[in-house]
Design a protein around this ligand. Structure first.
Ligand code: PLP
Length: 368
């Protein structure tokens, strides 16, 4: 059976071997090189790698000055990692409804969720489709609220010709095993200010400023005034990330090609609903999200030809740890009933989609 996710790993392992041979496997020059190349690829000035996308969101919240008791708006249609770091801090997640025609946070619903305690807004580019960033920006204009983009699904995406990563206060990427770009595990925080990059680099390594010199006995002189974490990305993960980054353009092209092909081929199937993906942004299709009026019937058809699918992720406010923050989210309720996603990984070709569509049409003819 075809896989739903399949990581694309470079055959060129020379840099990884070099790191292993050097025995310098912790954070170092290769991590720095990875950051430099990521800055070039994303056309950004400031960023810091970390050991996961979850750590990236955690540090972005701290860098946004979110404190215990503050509120952070976040969609409930996402993976648990978008909101867990809010709880780490002792802040309160305020779950937002989505636009059911895209699966992304609804920019219209945000305004009424803002209170004096709101310090940040996490927006998730669900499945790789960039959110309505201009409209979202407008809703918080003049308020001291930071925008954090959770772009775990959207590496290489664009919004109105601007790279995702270059737009908001903070953008967090994940380099976890199944993502477009993987370093095994890993993550990236992109930011707009040099001071934020500096602060995040301290936070990711126990609170130490690594650039500060040591005293003449080799001891650190940094007095460590911030509570730091052990979130840095090591050299061998960075080596894997760098090797995979070399092939990222062709992989992204594949995802875009397959995503667009699904839309073209499935748009006239009466019981399926294609989402409303606008042309003014580059959707990176980490998976292909769509809606099925009769999901059980669709799943039966998929199973007949062993075509993979997924219904992840279920709304996260159902998890016990978030339950006290749960409220009615009407558009998400509708989306939940019908959502289903199809694979876009590099093993999926147009031929697989043609076979699927042929099978669906046969079933329609047979009136099943
Ligand atoms: C939407 C979203 N945000 C954040 C993350 C967390 O990334 P990581 O697994 O690198 O911590 C994921 C992971 O899949 C995700 O899907």
């Amino acid at each position: 059976m075809l896989p739903f996710f399949s990581p694309k790993i470079s055959n060129d392992t020379s840099l990884i071997n070099k790191v292993l041979k050097s025995k310098f496997v912790s954070e170092g020059k290769i991590t720095e090189k990875f950051e430099k190349e990521l800055k070039k690829f994303l056309n950004i000035k400031y960023c810091a790698t970390v050991n996961s996308g979850t750590s990236a969101i955690h540090l972005a919240l701290i860098a946004s000055n979110v404190k215990r008791g503050d509120e952070v708006i976040v969609p409930a249609q996402t993976f648990i990692a978008s909101a867990l770091p809010i709880i780490y801090i002792g802040a309160k997640p305020v779950f937002a409804d989505i636009d059911s025609s895209t699966g992304n946070i609804s920019s219209k619903g945000i305004k009424k969720l803002i209170t004096k305690k709101t310090k940040a807004l996490i927006v998730v580019h669900w499945g790789g489709y960039p959110c309505d960033l201009d409209e979202i920006k407008k809703t918080i204009r003049g308020k001291n609220i930071k925008i954090i983009e959770d772009a775990a699904h959207c590496f290489g995406g664009k919004y109105k010709n601007k790279n995702i990563g270059s737009i908001s206060d903070f953008t967090c990427f994940s380099f976890q095993a199944t993502k477009h770009l993987t370093s095994g595990d890993g993550g990236l925080i992109c930011c707009k200010k040099k001071s934020d990059e500096k602060r995040i680099k301290k936070l990711r390594w126990f609170g130490f400023d690594r650039n500060l010199k040591k005293d003449n006995k080799g001891a650190r002189i940094d007095r460590v005034s911030v509570l730091g974490y052990k979130y840095q990305l090591n050299n061998y993960s960075a080596a894997l990330g760098l090797s995979n980054l070399k092939n990222i353009k062709s992989l992204l092209n594949h995802h875009v090609k397959i995503g667009n092909y699904y839309s073209k081929k499935l748009k006239n199937i009466p019981f399926l609903k294609i989402l409303n993906f606008k042309k003014n942004r580059l959707h990176t299709y980490w998976f292909y999200q769509l809606l099925a009026d009769d999901r059980s019937k669709f799943i039966k058809i998929l199973n007949e030809i062993d075509f993979p699918y997924s219904i992840v992720d279920k709304r996260i406010d159902n998890y016990q740890i978030f339950k006290k923050y749960k409220k009615k989210l009407p558009s998400l309720e509708q989306f939940e009933k019908k959502k289903i996603s199809l694979p876009v990984n590099y093993k999926i070709s147009k031929k697989h989609i043609d076979k699927l569509v042929g099978h669906i049409k046969k079933k329609i003819r047979q009136n099943v």
